[in-house]
Design a protein around this ligand. Structure first.
Ligand SMILES: Cc1cc2nc3c(=O)[nH]c(=O)nc-3n(C[C@H](O)[C@H](O)[C@H](O)COP(=O)(O)OP(=O)(O)OC[C@H]3O[C@@H](n4cnc5c(N)ncnc54)[C@H](O)[C@@H]3O)c2cc1C
Length: 321
């Protein structure tokens, strides 16, 4: 028997991690999917993220934690397949001030408390935690390829409003990230600007991520397959997409302080990403007013990768409803 979705064409707005993951899940559930997007990999915010499985600046916390845990299971599976770019790696998380273990471990992710001697002179607390690292430079092309192999189509388009989506589509899934502010006039959406610096991999750096988690912005050194990614800054309500040389210098200096192998760094790239901030992730079905329904899936702050699979599963549930 044919189901209603056999004839339903879905338009997904956005080709970041949220749009691509939603698209893959809808295709696997039997829908016909076209992505309409202004930018695609390697030019989205998602391409700037390191990306660690780690909830950060996304709300409400209980919903984000549930999505993160469900997505963790999927990333653990993907880590079995090298071409996904997902690997399980140790994260050494340090704090300048005394600090409890990260709240997101909470009986779900095992961790080791670092001994005084392992903290050196600077740090007051530290933890070793194994997490999925979702190397976005490999993972985003992998997702795009998986989407294409499932029969998904992608079109370059800049939409001024949802009314610009062609009428052939009976369902719209809005995954426009920070672009939702303009697209659906959602004034609750704001940018949380970040910058990341790519440097050549120094010999002997290994695979462990090193992060100082307190202070105005986290400082992290993330060894990836072909390079090392350094970050970051957290600047709310700053829409500038221009990388700033003073910020790169500060990030490199902070990172070299925790990873001495970076003292003689070799700069490869320097990019800006606008994390889609919102008091609450918007993941809901808007009932049709003009004959077609809209599912919103945006506002994931600093947790877009971390929550992506569970949010995409919820999109499929909403589409079925
Ligand atoms: C420095 C930095 C570090 C980060 N670290 C992590 C991390 O370690 N772990 C983690 O989980 N997350 C991290 N994040 C956050 C993560 O990158 C975001 O949550 C995620 O990228 C959001 O994905 P998205 O698909 O919603 O948005 P985007 O990647 O921004 O994609 C939005 C898409 O919508 C399209 N679009 C927007 N408006 C329109 C329009 N009007 N018409 C057509 N298309 C439109 C865009 O072109 C794009 O294709 C980090 C972000 C930054 C900047």
């Amino acid at each position: 028997m044919k189901s209603a979705r056999d004839n339903s064409k879905v338009a997904i707005i956005g080709a970041g991690v949220i749009g691509l993951t939603s698209a893959v899940c809808l295709l696997e559930a039997g829908w016909r999917v076209t992505i309409l997007a202004r930018e695609r990999t390697p030019n989205t915010t998602s391409d700037v993220a390191p990306a660690l499985w780690m909830p950060f600046r996304a709300f409400p916390v209980d919903r984000v934690l549930a999505w993160a845990r469900a997505s963790h299971a999927e990333f653990s599976r993907l880590a079995q397949t090298p071409e996904t770019g997902v690997v399980m790696v140790p994260l050494f998380q340090y704090f300048d001030q005394p600090a409890p273990p990260p709240w997101w471990c909470d009986g779900f992710i095992p961790f080791t408390t670092l001994e005084r001697a392992e903290l050196g002179k600077r740090f007051q607390a530290g933890y070793k935690i194994e997490i999925p690292l979702i190397d976005s430079s490999v993972y985003m092309p992998y997702l795009l390829d998986r989407f294409a192999k499932l029969g998904g189509e992608i079109q370059e388009a800049t939409l001024r409003s949802l009314a610009d989506v062609p009428e052939e589509f009976s369902l719209i899934v809005n995954c426009s990230g920070v672009g939702a502010r303009e697209l659906v006039r959602d004034e609750k959406v704001f940018p949380i600007r970040g910058e990341a610096v790519w440097v050549r991999k120094p010999d002997g750096i290994g695979t462990a991520i090193v992060e100082v988690a307190d202070g105005p912005a986290p400082t992290y050194v993330v060894p990836r397959r072909d390079h090392v990614l350094l970050g970051s800054v957290v600047q709310e309500n700053d829409w500038s997409r221009e990388p700033r040389a003073d910020i790169a210098a500060d990030v490199i200096q902070r990172c070299a302080a925790i990873q001495p192998l970076l003292k003689d760094f070799n700069l490869l790239a320097h990019k800006v990403g606008l994390r889609p901030g919102r008091a609450e992730v918007r993941l809901e079905l808007e009932q049709p007013t003009n004959g077609r329904a809209v599912i919103h899936n945006y506002g994931h702050g600093g947790s877009g990768f971390t929550t992506s699979w569970a949010c995409a599963d919820e999109v499929v549930q909403l589409a079925r409803s």
